[in-house]
Design a protein around this ligand. Structure first.
Ligand SMILES: NC(=O)c1ccc[n+]([C@@H]2O[C@H](COP(=O)([O-])OP(=O)(O)OC[C@H]3O[C@@H](n4cnc5c(N)ncnc54)[C@H](O)[C@@H]3O)[C@@H](O)[C@H]2O)c1
Length: 428
């Protein structure tokens, strides 16, 4: 099937490359010239395990193309997949400006019937709204599908090719048939439902997962008060299949490009309908508290924090990605700097924009042992697997101070103590 993918970011590039890998003929469109030029040369705009290999292979095989020109991608495509960013607006609603512009560009270039597949996370009612807009711009038949994406950055290729389910929100049997053909290769349940339910499914999924993390952080804080270890508690409850062991890692709370904006969006949606949504609001408040509590505990341990040197290991919002959007680690950097600490950082792949932190650029080292030289405290803020293998004694030797803040509970407190550290985990 001929497919166009609009927006070649984390979701669009992975979706386009994976659909090509499965035999479809895919053309990816983006307005970012550097991104498209680099992709044509085989240079990836993001770090995502396994992605480069399938992009390069499918480009060579002629199944995957990149362009800035809608007129090259749209005519002849049966399915056009929207993977445009939908960030938060100031008031917590979803900023649909880029998405709507892209829908108009698609409609203006249609030369036959298409199914417009919305993979971006968008407010409930968007499918109906953009169908009206698109149909007003062309006489060719356009049916809009809501097809929310559930991939995880860092596991995106695997998740796209082996999803737990595919959700297809449809109001047309023709469009449903195209979707079943598009995903025909996937051996997973395909839930066909109405479009509003599909759109809400995505927000409900992210709000639930965010709430689960906030819940374990709340228990972690209680564990600190009562002398329990939240990692043991998480094992104890997670083995119950009704609860499940995923998303029970206490730490700095959730961040990234999806949970924060999607939780704000569902709260905004609820406000619009005068619906209180108390559980999600509590999870949101708890998330802020998770970062504050770690900073307060550091302050209590090494008063005053002003003038101290803090090395932060990990700036990506989670391991296996270079994405620093709304990263808890970046929040931590800002909070510590605001209290007068000197901060520096290390991350295996992520970079940080110079304007992301108030007070100017942060020194980002290329080696973790170099980052901690002369530091009073080291904070492990992202759960990169490579951090588990750090030589704690070597870290300790390079530092002036002896405080290890394990904000992701990667280490055993005993091992840290043996290396000469005072150890501060979360909820233990
Ligand atoms: N990142 C994730 O893990 C993830 C997971 C599931 C769903 N989502 C959702 O998918 C959507 C995309 O997220 P993302 O992380 O891939 O965003 P992104 O910012 O990485 O990519 C968006 C791309 O769209 C391009 N773009 C903007 N305007 C355009 C236009 N008019 N025409 C063509 N391209 C245009 C941008 O240049 C950018 O490359 C969002 O709604 C997000 O919530 C993201």
């Amino acid at each position: 099937m001929r497919v166009a993918v609009i927006g070649t970011g984390y979701v669009g590039l992975v979706s386009g490359a994976c659909l090509a890998e499965l035999g479809h003929s895919v053309c990816c469109v983006d307005v970012d010239e550097t991104k498209i030029t680099n992709l044509k040369r085989g240079i990836m705009p993001i770090y995502e395990p396994g992605l480069e290999e399938i992009v390069v292979r499918n480009e060579k095989a002629g199944r995957l193309q990149f362009t800035m020109d809608y007129a090259e991608a749209i005519p002849g495509a049966e399915a056009v997949i929207m993977a445009i960013g939908t960030p938060s607006a100031e008031d917590g609603s979803v900023d649909m400006t880029a998405f709507d512009t892209a829908v108009q560009s698609v409609a203006q270039n249609v030369r036959g019937p298409i199914v417009l597949v919305d993979k971006s996370t968008v407010p409930v009612g968007t499918a109906e709204r953009i169908e009206r807009i698109a149909r007003s711009l062309t006489d060719y038949p356009i049916d809009v599908i809501s097809n929310p994406e559930f991939l995880r950055e860092g596991h995106a290729v695997y998740d796209f090719l082996t999803p737990a389910r595919v959700v297809i929100g449809s109001a047309s049997s023709r469009a449903t048939d195209v979707m079943i053909h598009l995903y025909g290769y996937l051996d997973c349940p395909k839930y066909v439902m109405d479009r509003r339910s599909a759109e809400l499914t995505k927000y409900a999924a992210n709000a639930f997962l965010a709430t689960k993390i906030s819940f374990i952080n709340e228990i972690a804080h209680l564990a600190e008060e009562v002398g329990a270890d939240v990692t043991e508690v998480a094992k104890g409850i997670g083995s119950d299949p009704r609860i499940g062991k995923e998303f029970l890692r206490a730490g700095l709370g959730w961040g990234g490009s999806c949970f924060p904006k999607d939780v704000r969006a569902i709260m905004h949606l609820a406000d619009k309908h005068q619906h209180p949504l108390p559980i999600v609001r509590a999870a949101h408040a708890m998330n802020k508290r998770a970062r504050e509590r770690v900073v307060e505990r550091i302050e209590r341990t090494m008063e005053p924090i002003a003038g101290k040197k803090v090395a932060i290991l990990g700036i990506a919002f989670k391991g296996n990605t270079d994405d620093t959007r709304e990263s808890a680690s970046v929040d931590l950097l800002s909070m510590l700097r605001a209290r007068g600490a000197t901060v520096c950082a290390y991350d295996p792949v992520a970079k940080i924009a110079n304007d992301a932190i108030a007070g100017g650029p942060v020194v980002i080292h290329t080696d973790p042992y170099e980052a901690v030289v002369g530091a009073d405290v080291v904070i492990v803020a992202t759960e990169w697997e490579e951090f588990r293998a750090l030589d704690l004694a070597r870290l300790r030797e390079a530092m002036i101070g002896d405080l290890l803040v394990d904000a992701r509970n990667l280490f055993r407190p005993d091992d840290a103590a043996r290396a000469g550290f005072r150890y501060l985990g979360v909820g233990r």
